[in-house]
Design a protein around this ligand. Structure first.
Ligand code: ADP
Ligand code: MG
Length: 243
């Protein structure tokens, strides 16, 4: 019905290492899905397959019912609709803050400079970074960089944003600012898939929590089901490390 993305029997291996083994789930409009699980369980690889940064070895990913590997799919257009925010920000170091937020709009969406600037200003305000608009992006702290990276992704008018441990590279005192921005986006109905180790945050914002273990979805459910009543031993073990 209102699925934006359908992930069906996704398989990925690197050489002999099976990293994703029959992963299936849907992302519905307006949903916040968090993905938790140990390091090495395949979370990043899954996001990278959804964003076509990795080639899947089996299964299908549908975007509005269409296979994302179809010849007609323009990868850059698709990536503007299904954006990613990385752990390491990936800002363009040679560009200012606002230029970082404008370039994709101009190159991929063919917006005019004026239009791109207006949109960039709007989202830099939203993440509390407008006063830094003309600063070199290299001059920012990690938390500031990540808020700019989020603004940059929002400028593309995404339908879904994927986040891969957006706060894992930050000093502890910066984490709260970035999580607050993400909570705000969740409250405004943005569809998000968030890989995170911030369990309290996951509890608060998620409609659904997916626990990944060794390349499979071991368990998924509401935050209450996963955090308060986990069924699987592996989920219990994993969560016990955070309490
Ligand atoms: P997570 O994000 O859950 O920590 P990853 O998806 O990054 O897990 O990695 C899953 C497994 O795949 C790990 O064993 C990792 O070493 C391996 N892996 C990831 N990317 C590559 C790659 N490009 N080449 C070989 N192995 C990889
Ligand atoms: Mg990862």
């Amino acid at each position: 019905m209102n699925e934006i993305i359908q992930i069906q029997h996704l398989q990925k291996h690197f050489g002999n290492l099976k990293v994703l083994n029959d992963v299936s789930f849907d992302i519905h409009k307006g949903e916040v899905v968090t993905v938790i699980g140990s390091s090495g369980s395949g979370k990043s690889t899954m996001l990278r397959c959804i964003n076509l940064l990795e080639r899947m070895d089996g299964g299908n990913i549908l975007y509005h019912g269409k296979n994302i590997l179809d010849n007609g799919n323009d990868v850059n257009q698709y990536r503007s609709k299904v954006g990613v925010v990385f752990q390491s920000f990936n800002l363009f170091n040679n560009l200012s803050v606002i230029e970082n937020c404008m370039i994709g709009q101009i190159k991929v969406l063919k917006r005019s400079k004026e239009e791109a600037r207006a949109k960039a200003e709007k989202y830099l305000k939203e993440v509390g970074m407008f006063e830094f608009a003309n600063k070199a992006s290299t001059k920012l702290s990690g938390g500031q960089k990540q808020r700019v990276a989020i603004a940059r992704a929002l400028c593309m008018d995404p339908e879904v944003l994927l986040f891969d441990e957006p706060t894992s590279a930050l000093d502890p005192e910066m984490v709260g600012d970035v999580l607050d921005v993400m909570k705000d986006l969740a409250n405004h109905g943005l569809t998000m898939v968030i890989v995170t180790h911030e369990m309290q945050f996951a509890k608060e914002v998620s409609d659904r929590v997916i626990f990944m273990d060794q390349g499979v979805i071991a368990e998924q459910g509401t935050p209450d089901e996963i955090f308060n009543n986990p069924k699987h031993e592996r989920t219990k073990q994993f969560l016990s490390r955070y309490s």
